[in-house]
Write a protein of this length. Structure first.
Length: 192
């Protein structure tokens, strides 16, 4: 027979222990999903799946956005160039983890016309963006995103999300979640 420990209010301690164990297991599961940088469980070892993107090559939606200095950039300025568009936020750990690899790949291929554009989806933390860019030593162009551009890009809801756009303006691949430097470089070389 199982004896229940009783607390002062008469509630058994065993049910509380079970609830705590279940809560901890759920927290561990959520933490592991967060660490992978995806909601769908794509791994950190390689590119994620195009879960929110097109199933076949489609034209990259046009946009016009500002940078932190107020300069306006239109996507038409990148026409004819292999371009990667990365949706991120300053508070996103997997987004921050990608930046050193992105910088390295950008340095390696920019002489070949490669463009890398980060679109910040920060809202409450937008004031922190200039300091973040300086601290991270980001070498590629960063633009301030909005709900309209996120919707245009197939309703980006998970960050980071990265779109690989060919010279013809067609989206060739979409990676939802973290992408390591080696896999990022491999996808960029396919565009060159």
């Amino acid at each position: 027979m199982i004896r229940y420990l009783r607390t002062r209010n008469g509630v058994g301690a065993l049910p509380l222990v079970i609830i705590l164990v279940v809560a901890l297991a759920a927290a561990l599961f959520l933490y592991r999903s967060w660490r992978s940088g995806t909601e769908g469980g794509a791994g950190r070892e390689g590119p994620g799946s195009p879960a929110t993107g097109p199933q076949k090559a489609v034209a990259a939606p046009p946009f016009t956005l500002k940078d932190i200095s107020g300069n306006v950039y239109a996507s038409s300025g990148f026409a004819g160039k292999p371009t990667v568009i990365n949706f991120f936020a300053t508070w996103c750990p997997p987004c921050r983890e990608e930046i050193p690899g992105f910088n390295e790949v950008y340095r390696r291929h920019r002489e070949r016309g490669f463009e890398l554009i980060g679109i910040a989806l920060d809202t409450d933390t937008l004031d922190a963006l200039p300091g973040f860019l300086a601290a991270q030593r980001i070498e590629y162009r960063i633009l301030i995103g909005d709900l309209a551009v996120a919707k245009a890009y197939f309703g980006v809801s998970t960050i980071p999300t990265t779109f690989f756009v060919g010279k013809d303006g067609m989206i060739r691949n979409v990676v939802v979640g973290y992408i390591g430097q080696e896999d990022f470089d491999r996808e960029v070389r396919k565009l060159l």
